[in-house]
Ligand binder design. Structure first.
Ligand code: HSE
Length: 460
């Protein structure tokens, strides 16, 4: 009993100590899905968050064009304005949380907030992928933090893991399912055997895909995130403009089926690797062995594999979007800032994990220099010598074949069909060599349709 009383007293003492610190005041720019998640989670878990942060984190002001809706979301104790600049100009506000999105006004407001000496938290991957260098340089000059855990893989603490948890490692590669919309579409295509267009329409009807899904399905959103992870992993600037980006719009149900027959699943991966001659940075559909954990990440879930020289392969899994998962990441940044904002900026974790003066100039490799293995599907005339011609071109190009699958013509083109699908898996080769071989194969009169090429990664 006496022991219990001592325990209670010490908890109360600790509580008095943390609550005596001045609360840190936050201004939200935009209160849509993520903003209201931040508000609700902060309210619900305020006791726990206070005990962790050491001070109260208070949303003191919100800017949103729809002031009535915003006021209804946060209640009457929070000041709501239509003008985001009023939040930035408020001397009481310590942290500005940018939840507007896009590269336009969001860039201007983030730069103005930094100039006004505010720390910034953002979930805006597009903004940082394109303007990160400018934004981080401005933040370094002003000695403020720009935190962006929510920008990559939503609720998964991948930025924290890369920047801090894996800091002992030479990171060798990262491969992630970092776009939920496309993973949902690919899962549905596999489950239902449907083609891309059919599944996209259904995903839009169910609200899993945006009315304008271009950034998701063309791989742009994943490339934004991959560029950020690449910068943090290798200590290079954020270089979205150098990324190779290919989406899932050309994938057919057929390829998903053939891949499965060969023991693979097709996923849209964001990949970045540190190679001897530079950094690979690419987003494209990819065959992954079906037995890998990441191949079994289904629906809108995200997962990121990171391979470090000391730790080996690690994997992080969770929700990549949504109100509270994203809020979880935003609040983690708020807590970090609450703990560190009085510290000298030299003692904080650098924005891109490496000290700004120690950034590397290692180039991002052109896609032609990338080394990977391939799945090829050729629609060919079902006649003598075709396979020999195709494999002959690969052999002359120094490309080694791993497996060949040929479907019966009847199965491919219906009864009496004179054409068939020839599926080839290759071993690793440099992409430029594969491009040249593909051009030669495509020119064969017995190759009847554009050759489908999908890259393959073993991820070991
Ligand atoms: N649209 C993204 C996705 C979420 O589908 O994963 C935000 O990046």
């Amino acid at each position: 009993m006496a022991e219990l009383q001592i325990k209670i007293q010490s908890v109360l003492k600790a509580k008095t100590k943390v609550t005596s610190l001045k609360s840190i005041k936050v201004g939200l720019l935009g209160i849509g899905t993520v903003g209201s998640g931040v508000f609700n989670v902060l309210q619900r878990n305020q006791g726990e968050i206070l005990r962790r942060a050491g001070r109260r984190i208070e949303i003191a002001m919100v800017a949103d064009l729809d002031t009535a809706r915003a006021q209804a979301a946060v209640g009457k104790n929070v000041t709501v304005v239509a003008d985001a600049r009023a939040v930035i100009a408020n001397p009481e506000i310590d942290i500005v949380v940018e939840l507007i999105g896009g590269y336009g006004i969001a860039r201007q407001l983030v730069l103005e907030a930094i100039e006004a000496g505010k720390h910034v938290v953002t979930a805006n991957k597009a903004l940082l992928a394109v303007h990160g260098t400018e934004i981080f340089a401005a933040a370094n000059r002003k000695g403020v933090m720009v935190a962006f855990e929510a920008a990559v893989a939503g609720g998964i603490p991948i930025i924290k893991s890369l920047r801090e948890g894996l800091t002992a490692n030479r990171i060798e590669w990262i491969a992630g399912i970092i776009n939920g919309t496309t993973n949902f579409i690919l899962s549905e295509m596999r489950d239902k055997g449907s083609d891309f267009d059919v599944v996209l329409k259904e995903a839009q009807r169910l609200g899993y895909a945006e009315a304008d899904p271009t950034f998701d399905i063309e791989g742009v959103d994943a490339a934004h995130k991959a560029a950020l992870m690449s910068a943090i992993a290798f200590g290079v600037p954020v270089q979205f403009d150098k990324a190779y980006v290919e989406g899932i719009t050309k994938l057919g149900a057929k390829d998903i089926k053939y891949a499965e027959q060969l023991g693979y699943r097709i996923k849209l991966l964001g990949i970045t690797k540190q190679m001897a001659n530079g950094i690979e940075l690419r987003v494209h559909p990819c065959l992954v062995p079906a037995k890998r954990l990441i191949a079994n990440v289904e629906g809108a879930m995200n997962a990121v594999m990171v391979h470090g020289d000391a730790v080996g392969t690690t994997m992080y899994y969770g929700k990549g979007a949504g109100s509270e998962p994203t809020a979880s990441a935003v609040i983690a940044d708020l807590v970090d800032i609450a703990r560190l904002h009085a510290a000298d900026s030299a003692q904080r974790v650098p924005h891109l994990a490496f000290q700004p003066q120690s950034m590397s100039t290692t180039p991002v490799l052109d896609m032609g220099q990338v080394v990977t293995s391939y799945y090829l599907r050729l629609n060919v005339a079902d006649e003598a010598g075709v396979l020999a011609k195709v494999t002959g071109i690969l052999a002359e190009s120094g490309i080694s074949i791993d497996a060949v699958l040929q479907r019966e013509a009847d199965e491919v083109g219906g009864e009496g069909s004179t054409q068939t699908d020839l599926i080839i898996l290759t071993h690793d080769c440099v992409e430029a060599k594969m491009n040249a071989a593909l051009a030669q194969m495509q020119a064969l009169p017995t190759v009847l349709a554009p050759i489908i090429r999908i890259r393959k990664e073993e991820l070991v």
